[in-house]
Write a protein that binds this ligand. Structure first.
Ligand code: ZN
Length: 306
């Protein structure tokens, strides 16, 4: 049995939500100073029970949980917010101004996810509940919010979605990247750009990367998956070059008249070749962000531009 939690600092613990029964796919991060607790990310509603179990396994009573920060409102990051607000009605959910209305009323979000996931909607993401408006706190770029043991600074970081924040922990120097920091599995020298539709914006993403790079974080806490320390310049470079190279690849395929399924196959083959020398199983990357999503995001982006 792999562990549900992994302490990173005296006050910060990484939680493994074991999405789809797989380890190291979706993380949440827990702050606790012995009195109150905060979460960064909730994961999907389908793993809400695992999330609450892991919080308690880490020695934190649920009554202590007061604050929930979500990097953006996609279902794998904020899907459990409504479930948590129902079970722990005193929690406050901190969210981007553009995302807040969709947590309060997830109907549009669910309709668009339904088109993408169809019958898999329920098994993958669970039952999404609205977050009552009184539980929501809208936060903006530059705000600094006290959390147990530290202060989090809010960083506007569009590109993956318009409603995306990263959170910079001013005490530890750790950066909670959400999806703007890419998808990278523990121990693997490979970063996949999660270029999901419908708001992918390559220029905005690259500007966000320049900004996050300049922070000189002591480590990156990726939602998919885990803490990376060490050579962060390598991480940013690998993400940015692949974000651009895959974009160019999809654009060329579109120019040749390929349809989306054909582009998915071509990109998956390209990715398999990129992976061939790493000696690890790439399938966890596919669970975190599928080629369907990656290609759909790029295709929509290029069609908007043309
Ligand atoms: Zn994600």
């Amino acid at each position: 049995m792999t562990s549900l939690f992994h302490p990173l600092t005296k006050t910060i613990t990484q939680l493994d939500l074991q999405f789809c029964g797989r380890v190291e796919t979706i993380a949440a991060y827990l702050f606790y100073d012995g009195e109150t607790a905060a979460l960064v990310e909730t994961g999907p509603a389908s793993t809400a029970d695992t999330l609450l179990e892991s919080v308690q396994a880490a020695g934190v009573p649920l009554e202590a949980l007061r604050q929930i920060f979500v990097t953006h409102i996609h279902l794998d990051h904020a899907g459990a917010a409504g479930v948590l607000a129902r079970q722990l009605p005193w929690v406050r959910v901190y969210v981007h101004p553009i995302g807040a209305p969709h947590l309060a009323d997830p109907s549009k979000l669910l309709a668009s996810a339904q088109r993408l996931y169809g019958d898999l909607m329920q098994p993958l993401w669970g039952t999404i509940l609205p977050v009552p408006r009184e539980n929501l706190i809208v936060v903006n770029e530059g705000e600094e919010i006290p959390v147990p043991g530290s202060v989090l600074r809010v960083l506007e970081t569009p590109g993956h979605a318009r409603h995306h924040h990263a959170y910079w922990d001013t005490a530890s120097g750790l950066l909670f990247t959400g999806d703007i920091g890419g998808v990278r599995m523990p121990g693997v020298q490979y970063v996949r750009p999660p270029t999901a539709p419908p708001e992918l914006d390559l220029e905005a993403w690259r500007a966000s990367l320049a900004r996050l790079r300049a922070l000189e974080a002591t480590g990156l806490c990726l939602t998919h998956f885990g803490l990376f320390r060490g050579n962060l310049a390598w991480h940013w470079d690998d993400l940015e070059q692949r974000l651009v190279a895959w974009g160019e690849f999809v654009r060329q395929q579109l120019e040749r008249g390929a349809d989306e399924p054909a582009i998915q196959r071509a990109l998956a083959a390209r990715a398999a070749a990129e992976f061939a020398n790493l000696g690890v199983d790439p399938s966890t990357y596919d669970v975190a962000i599928s080629f369907e999503s990656v290609v759909a995001g790029y295709v929509r982006y290029w069609k908007k531009k043309s």
